[in-house]
Design a protein around this ligand. Structure first.
Ligand SMILES: Nc1ncnc2c1ncn2[C@@H]1O[C@H](COP(=O)(O)OP(=O)(O)OP(=O)(O)O)[C@@H](O)[C@H]1O
Ligand SMILES: CC(=O)N[C@H]1[C@@H]2OC[C@@H](O2)[C@@H](O)[C@@H]1O[C@H](C)C(=O)O
Length: 400
């Protein structure tokens, strides 16, 4: 037997594994690295987050990545180059983190890498009847495995599209596995570049179905507008939004986009939600002359209202679930307060109360998906359909 396959088998048999989960999200702020100790698999999975860091991208690297992310026209040369380069770069950032934590690569069983989404194209976006849902992540896992010497599993979204899904949100598989509660109804809301949530009915509630969906923009439009008009990466602590005023006419023009009326579940990305989209709709509505701080305020309100309205759409019922928030948006007090105001009957809490550091949630998600691929039984594609196929996510890259 190939010794690398033998080692893979030995890792898969371990009761407790050390897995590094990686996420590089739409905000392009850097690489989230979560060192996890994962015990068991399936419903018996137990997770301990040992270390977490976001290794920020240099300004130059950020620029290069954002120039090919969600952009309709780029060069094949750049995509080809960055696919290999990013895998290598991520490998170097992991090596750096391991040195900082004084952990030898040999102590890590596996790396679970999301890569960088450079284009996300569900059917609702491309609208070509005979073409599948499609999504593309770069940062090749063979390069990570070679740079670190650690077994790497990557490219998690393809199996989902291959099975008919949109390739996102993947978080629901783990939310269901780890955070379904016996009696508490829960919504796990992540406010990253794009916002999404999973509704988890309590186990004692057999009536209701699990639902998972993107809601629309999270931080992405706020970040883009802050970069454009205030030369800063994001609206730190919502300071600019606080100075501005929401322009209702502009907000209504943005909310009139058909995406917000499309049936659930649905996914999206900055291919749709970008500054060109904002400019076009504001121009059409005759509010293109909006003051920059009012625009930031309006975009923050757009995030809060579309999150709240999508949640309300799903949950037209008496008992209001507890909402546990994760993702960078949790640090924006303006968005946070508006969500509180818009959902007054829902107890709104930090994901930290039932899990771990809310900034680490997506990176940990990929560690758990990898653990399941190695040692579990896989995930049911549709939690609400007992006959739906079981699938395992990710491709395996051996270091040798
Ligand atoms: N102090 C803060 N004030 C306001 N916003 C903040 C603050 N800290 C973080 N953010 C927001 O969080 C963003 C980063 O969030 P996160 O890391 O969850 O995004 P991501 O992982 O790239 O997104 P996605 O989930 O879409 O992949 C920043 O770009 C910024 O918009
Ligand atoms: C295609 C893609 O990269 N989607 C991301 C993005 O960032 C947030 C939201 O849009 C979410 O649907 C997804 O990531 C998380 C980790 C997910 O799949 O659950």
């Amino acid at each position: 037997m190939n010794p690398s396959i033998k080692k893979l088998g030995e890792i898969a048999k371990k009761d407790t594994k050390t897995i590094i989960g990686l996420m590089s999200g739409t905000s392009l702020d850097g690489l989230d690295i979560a060192l996890c100790e994962i015990h068991g698999a399936g419903p018996n999975t137990e997770i301990e987050l040992k270390e977490f860091v976001t290794k920020p991208y240099t300004t130059e690297n950020k620029k290069r990545l954002s120039a090919i992310s969600s952009i309709n026209e780029t060069s094949m040369e750049e995509v080809c180059l960055l696919h290999s380069w990013l895998g290598n770069y991520h490998g170097q950032l992991i090596n750096e983190a391991l040195r900082d934590w004084e952990i030898a690569p040999s102590e890590v069983d596996c790396i679970a890498s999301h890569g960088q989404t450079i284009y996300h194209l569900p059917k609702i976006q491309h609208r070509q009847e005979n073409m599948p849902n499609a999504t593309l992540q770069i940062g090749d896992s063979d390069h990570i495995a070679r740079t670190t010497g650690i077994l790497t599993i990557g490219d998690f979204r393809q199996k989902h599209t291959a099975a008919g899904g949109e390739g996102a949100p993947m978080v629901s598989f783990v939310d269901r596995l780890l955070y379904t509660h016996d009696s508490e109804e829960r919504i796990l809301l992540n406010i990253g570049g794009i916002a999404n949530f999973t509704y988890l009915p309590a186990r004692n509630n057999s009536q209701t179905q699990t639902i998972t969906t993107d809601t629309g923009p999270g931080n992405t439009l706020i970040d883009m507008a802050t970069r454009q008009y205030f030369s800063a990466d994001y609206d730190k602590d919502g300071a600019i939004a606080k100075r501005g005023t929401v322009n209702r006419k502009a907000l209504n023009a943005l909310k009139a986009d058909p995406y917000f009326k499309k049936p659930l579940p649905k996914t999206t990305g900055p291919e749709l939600f970008n500054l060109k989209w904002v400019d076009r709709l504001l121009f059409k509505a005759g509010v293109a002359d909006i003051k920059p701080e009012d625009l930031i305020s309006t975009l923050s309100k757009l995030t809060a209202e579309t999150i709240a309205e999508t949640i309300e759409l799903v949950l037209e019922k008496e008992a209001k679930p507890a909402v546990y928030i994760s993702g960078g948006g949790i640090h924006n007090p303006v968005v946070r307060n508006w969500i509180d105001e818009l959902l007054p009957e829902y107890p709104i809490k930090s994901f930290g109360e039932i899990g771990f550091d809310p900034d680490a949630k997506e990176a940990v998600l990929f560690a758990i998906l990898a653990n399941e691929t190695l040692s579990g039984k896989g995930f049911s594609l549709d939690a609400n359909d007992p006959d739906s196929p079981t699938i395992n996510f990710g491709k395996i890259s051996l270091p040798s």
